[in-house]
Write a protein that binds this ligand. Structure first.
Ligand SMILES: *Cc1c(COP(=O)(O)O)cnc(C)c1O
Length: 389
């Protein structure tokens, strides 16, 4: 069966009520039929649900779908995307270990790597997303345990060559971890390039309507086993309610992504033609410096577009007041188009020199193109840019 069919048809086993839609198992714990069953469940001679911090059928349905989409053997859901990122580090690394990472990262991932992990003696080396294979390789030290990256990155939409990193990770026997949130499994599957750990913030396109927070990590059984232990003991579990929302949402992920991507390409092309826009970045625009890599590893350009508005933050304030459709909010991956100014919001805490390297200017706008009619969006951008001069 094709992935789309499985995505629709994977479902928790029916209960005695013969329900058609998937049930929401909103329960903290599960009963033992007798004391022996409790003992067997706890000593792993019997597999089954015990307590929703460890596992829950609704959460498992969501995990099963993501594992299927990412071609992964096993996975674990977390309360947020950041809990997934932190679990990947916390569950697999120890004092003295070193991470080689792309520096084009989500703001909070940057904070974990630079502010939190050093407290436990875990160090890192940052590289530009487009660094050469030699540069990536020379950053690898004897203590290096993991290569971590995001592609496309938030907010710069920089790409990392996943095939090249796969070669290095294999050669040096490293954990190869990709935050695949921006592309979603519909657009790229990092496993194809040898990634053994894939992270998603399910809050974004997997939900797709800006309702619940969630995260998921999937990978090989070998990678997930220590993470399952870490999550079971430390408790960043996904709520069954959120999993229920997310598993229903996944049924339409492919359809939504196709529309998100075609709308985003239209909006990006239109923005390139508007006076007052210094530059536009979108992986599937020929003007993207890594366009060739984008078409090689992505099946479409995604929903995120960035553009640099002439006139700095004051222009940003005037421009956003004039927009009538997009929502000004830091979330992305919503059916509704959302817009932020990363310099003053999501990436405000990133040091100024790093911001400069990442292209986070005062006038940079990060646009998550939604499912509205693209012509309406384009018309709205044109009027707001022209009238905010
Ligand atoms: C939003 C985001 C995260 C964090 O996810 P939360 O669900 O907000 O915790 C991590 N990585 C990327 C690329 C993101 O866009």
């Amino acid at each position: 069966m094709k992935k789309q069919t499985k995505l629709i048809r994977i479902q928790t086993e029916k209960s005695g009520f013969r329900e058609h839609s998937t049930p929401l198992y909103l329960t903290s714990s599960f009963c033992f039929e007798d004391a022996e069953m409790g003992k067997d469940l706890f000593d792993n001679t019997l597999e089954g649900n015990i307590y929703s911090r460890f596992s829950n059928p609704t959460v498992q349905e969501f995990v099963d779908k993501v594992c299927m989409l990412e071609d992964c053997e096993d996975g674990i859901a977390t309360a947020t995307g950041m809990a997934a990122v932190f679990a990947a580090f916390g569950g697999l690394l120890q004092s003295g270990d070193h991470i080689v990472s792309s520096k084009a990262l989500f703001g909070s991932a940057h904070q974990i790597i630079t502010q939190i992990l050093p407290k436990w003696g875990i160090t890192h080396t940052y590289l530009n997303a487009d660094a050469t294979e030699q540069e990536w390789e020379s950053a690898i030290q004897p203590a290096t345990k993991m290569i971590y990256l995001e592609t496309p990155s938030n907010p710069g939409l920089e790409l990392v060559d996943m095939e090249m990193i796969g070669r290095l990770a294999k050669k040096h026997e490293l954990i190869y971890c990709v935050d695949n949130c921006f592309a979603t499994p519909v657009i790229q599957n990092p496993v194809e390039y040898g990634a053994n750990l894939i992270i998603h913030s399910a809050t974004k396109f997997m939900d797709g309507q800006g309702r619940v927070l969630g995260g998921v990590i999937c990978g090989t059984k070998e990678m997930i086993e220590p993470l399952r232990f870490f999550c079971r003991q430390t408790g960043p579990s996904m709520s069954a309610f959120n999993a229920w929302i997310l598993t229903k949402s996944l049924e339409t992920l492919t359809l939504r992504m196709e529309k998100h991507c075609s709308n985003a390409l239209k909006v990006a092309e239109a923005l390139e033609k508007i006076e007052g826009v210094n530059s536009v970045k979108y992986p599937f625009l020929k003007s993207h410096p890594q366009y060739d890599l984008a078409v090689k590893q992505m099946s479409s350009g995604g929903a995120l577009v960035t553009f640099d508005l002439e006139g700095g933050f004051e222009r940003v304030v005037r421009f956003t007041k004039l927009l009538t459709i997009p929502s000004l909010t830091s979330n992305l991956g919503d059916s509704r188009t959302t817009l932020t100014n990363p310099n003053t919001t999501t990436h405000a805490k990133v040091p100024a020199d790093l911001k400069k390297e990442l292209g986070i200017t005062e006038g940079l706008m990060r646009l998550s193109v939604g499912l509205e009619d693209p012509d309406d969006l384009i018309e709205d951008f044109i009027q707001a840019i022209q009238n905010s001069k």
